[in-house]
Write a protein that binds this ligand. Structure first.
Ligand SMILES: C[S@@+](CC[C@H](N)C(=O)[O-])C[C@H]1O[C@@H](n2cnc3c(N)ncnc32)[C@H](O)[C@@H]1O
Length: 259
């Protein structure tokens, strides 16, 4: 069975906002980073963030994603965010787009934040665009109903919102991502008809098949729960939002490592 990220690497260009950062997200990252000339660690190989700093190091644990997405001349480090091959206090800033969503809540996310704190210099910033479910749980059925009514404009926003609805009803907000596909197929057995009703592109709809047989777990805790997993060493100094569909569930957390 191909690895989850091996599948994604081959179809990356069909994915869109909010999963992939849009130009407004990039501007928000740049604003939050300010004019820092320090060293910067990128968690993952998000191509949109590759030029955000002249002193960037990227770390990702998927050789396929690195091969497919990374065009920058400086090669990324192959490694796990939960156990990074860097000395303590190695970086002035750390940035990541949607990283905790790929880690089980809360244990793996706590380990993730502890490891980030370890490699971040005191006074340094952690900028993280998080994906969170609504504070009030909504059902997958409601999200599908909204789609049928034409109330959800973009397919990628729909897909993310459906996953968030599943998470909001799951203990610890963590679920098998193949569940999103299973519920979708049950609700919409006729994809062509759905495409006609919503105006969504069939090729976009078919990106859901990337979840087929995947053993990946996704986590979307509400923002309040995510905040509770933050170690005391990280202080929230700001929060930025975009204006795109579902932006209210994709806040850019601006955190500072206590000196
Ligand atoms: C940064 S994330 C989320 C997607 C993001 N919104 C984007 O646009 O790139 C995706 C990347 O995280 C990597 N990844 C997932 N879990 C990881 C881990 N524990 N350690 C290192 N990389 C990981 C995957 O290989 C993938 O390339």
């Amino acid at each position: 069975m191909p690895d989850h990220w091996q599948n994604f690497a081959s179809r990356w260009n069909r994915l869109g906002s909010p999963m992939r950062p849009c130009p407004e997200d990039l501007r928000n990252f740049q604003t939050a980073l300010g004019d820092s000339k320090g060293s910067c660690l990128l968690l993952g190989v998000t191509p949109e963030l590759a030029n955000i700093s002249p002193r960037l190091t990227a770390i990702d644990n998927s050789p396929d994603m690195i091969r497919a997405l990374w065009l920058h001349e400086k090669r990324p480090v192959l490694g796990d965010w939960l156990d990074m091959p860097f000395e303590d206090a190695s970086f002035d800033n750390i940035i990541g787009d949607g990283c905790p969503v790929l880690l089980e809540f809360p244990q793996q996310q706590e380990r993730f934040f502890a490891e980030v704190v370890r490699v971040l210099k005191p006074g340094g910033k952690l900028l993280l665009r998080a994906f969170v479910c609504a504070a009030q749980a909504e059902s997958p059925e409601l999200v599908c109903h909204e789609a049928r009514q034409g109330n959800i404009k973009g397919f990628h926003a729909f897909k993310w919102r459906l996953s968030m609805a599943i998470a909001s009803q799951t203990p610890n907000y963590t679920f098998l991502v193949s569940e999103t596909l299973r519920i979708f197929d049950r609700q919409f057995p006729d994809r062509q008809q759905l495409a006609e009703v919503t105006g969504w592109d069939m090729q976009d709809i078919d990106t859901l098949d990337l979840y087929q047989d995947s053993i990946a777990l996704y986590s979307y805790p509400p923002l309040a729960s995510l905040r509770k997993t933050l170690p005391k060493a990280l202080v929230e100094i700001g929060l930025m939002y975009g204006h795109y569909e579902l932006a209210e569930r994709c806040p850019l957390l601006i955190l500072e490592r206590r000196a």
